[in-house]
Design a protein around this ligand. Structure first.
Ligand SMILES: Nc1nc2c(c(=O)[nH]1)N[C@H]1C(S)=C(S)[C@@H](COP(=O)(O)OP(=O)(O)OC[C@H]3O[C@@H](n4cnc5c(N)ncnc54)[C@H](O)[C@@H]3O)O[C@H]1N2
Ligand code: MOO
Length: 412
């Protein structure tokens, strides 16, 4: 391991092509993954594509809402007092005139109220001419001035603020924008993520033969990436050879990714082709190993085309720890979100000193204390399945009740 990759303050230097960086601590790895990227640019999306996205700019009504005075009921637009003579549609109403109108219909000028259809009767006057009179279900005093009229601008004036930048758009916001006259919304960029899974021994279904292993990632990794703010644009499998790895890491034309998340092949054995492939493609390593267990061989690299690569180890728990340590801050940063927060938990049982790196331990909260889960070897998933979070145990261990840094799980 070269020592010349170390800066004057003992911090790992910015990556240089062909040069290895020193392993990062868990904290350094998170910080590096967050600061190595910048927020993706905002983009305009059609309303139908914008739900769930975060607004990049304030949204203002392009027109008064509603943009014309309309009827809130089926019935008649009326002016003055009953009886009303039925006027020709499209003309200004004079006192004593009425015209049929439907819900949402444009109110004619001069109209003072809308009489509901069940509150009026078509009749004839003394001369046998058709008139509208009160009747049926008319309530006392109906129609009052302005009754059942939706005035223009009742909900919002033109130019009024409808939603603030930073709002996560729900379906009601989308309707609101449509009613405000907008066709598109400016939303913050969300990183597009290509998944690349390695491992010739990995099988997709059924009971694997000895030497084969069920794929622990395909059924869930994309879901976790989405919870972390990424959009999965594809999943590829790479056979354990250099050519296949290079092919799988190539950017997809017409469907470009911002981040490639790989699983497996982070080791240095003759069956691991990830590092050689990254080097062959001119990639630089921002993180090449983390002083943590599990997940120590995790990688963060950057290709000359600007795509980032998060290399997760093949062992399932190690991969999830690596994803939450490196992938989560990177995806947050690209998506203009803050650093995923840490918090403190009180350790629920004494943890012995360990001659090795920081341990990232799935814990369960028992009576408010963080109790280490069982079955947390790097190839196991029972511990994480039962966990409430991950706690960061330093090499010297922890005392009962000691405050430890912890990380939440995106699905909790
Ligand atoms: N000599 C050393 N050997 C290993 C070291 C080391 O430091 N020196 N580190 C160990 C650790 S820790 C890890 S983690 C792994 C990293 O391995 P790779 O990232 O190269 O991954 P693979 O070798 O491809 O696979 C490791 C393990 O994971 C299983 N795997 C892979 N993909 C899947 C999947 N989709 N679903 C379920 N399981 C998967 C694979 O079958 C292996 O059992 O290296 C150690 N070795
Ligand atoms: O560090 Mo490995 O990633 O423990 O299993």
């Amino acid at each position: 391991m070269p020592v010349d990759a170390q800066g004057p303050a003992g911090e790992p230097d910015a990556a240089v092509p062909g040069q290895r960086v020193l392993p990062h601590t868990w904290e350094e790895a998170r910080a590096t993954a967050f600061t190595v990227a910048g927020p993706l640019p905002a983009l305009d999306l059609a309303l139908a594509q914008a739900a769930g996205r975060k607004l990049a700019a304030d949204v203002f009504a392009l027109q008064p809402m509603p943009h014309y005075a309309s009827s809130a009921m089926d019935g008649w637009a009326v002016a003055g007092s009953p009886p009303w003579i039925l006027a020709e549609p499209g003309r200004r109403l004079s006192p004593g005139q009425a015209v049929p109108i439907v819900t949402g219909g444009l109110l004619p000028p001069g109209a003072k109220a809308v009489l509901r259809s069940e509150a009026g009767l078509l009749s004839t006057d003394d001369d046998g001419l058709p008139v509208l009179v009160l009747g049926g279900a008319a309530r006392p005093g109906e129609p009052k001035n302005g009754q059942h009229i939706r005035p223009a601008g009742q909900e919002a004036a033109q130019g009024e603020l409808l939603a603030k930048a930073g709002t996560v758009l729900n379906p009601a916001h989308i309707s609101l924008a449509a009613l405000g006259g907008l066709d598109t919304l400016s939303v913050l960029g969300r990183p597009a993520v290509q998944l690349v899974l390695t491992g010739d021994e990995v099988v997709q279904s059924g009971i694997p033969a000895p030497g084969r292993v069920r794929d622990a990632f395909t059924p869930q990794l994309g879901g976790v990436v989405e919870l972390l703010g990424g959009t999965v644009v594809g999943l590829r499998r790479a056979a354990d050879n250099l050519a296949a790895t290079l092919e799988a890491l190539a950017d997809a034309e017409g469907n470009p990714a911002d981040v490639v998340v790989t699983t497996g092949a982070t080791g240095r054995s003759s069956a691991d082709f990830l590092r050689p492939a990254i080097e062959r493609m001119g990639g630089i390593f921002h993180i090449d190993g983390i002083a943590m267990r599990p997940g120590h061989p995790s990688l963060l690299a950057e290709f000359p085309d600007g795509r980032f690569l998060v290399g997760l180890p093949g062992n399932p728990l190690a991969a999830m720890v690596a994803l939450l340590t490196v992938g989560a801050p990177l995806l947050a940063r690209l998506g203009s979100s803050p650093m995923p927060p840490t918090f403190e938990v009180a350790c629920g049982s004494p943890i012995k000193e360990y001659h090795g790196p920081t341990r990232i331990v799935p814990y369960r909260l028992v009576y408010g204390l963080a109790s280490p889960c069982a079955n947390t070897d790097s190839a196991m998933m029972r511990g994480l399945a039962a966990a409430d979070g991950l706690m960061v145990v330093p090499p010297h261990g922890a005392k009962m009740g000691e405050a430890l840094t912890a990380l939440g799980l995106p699905w909790k």
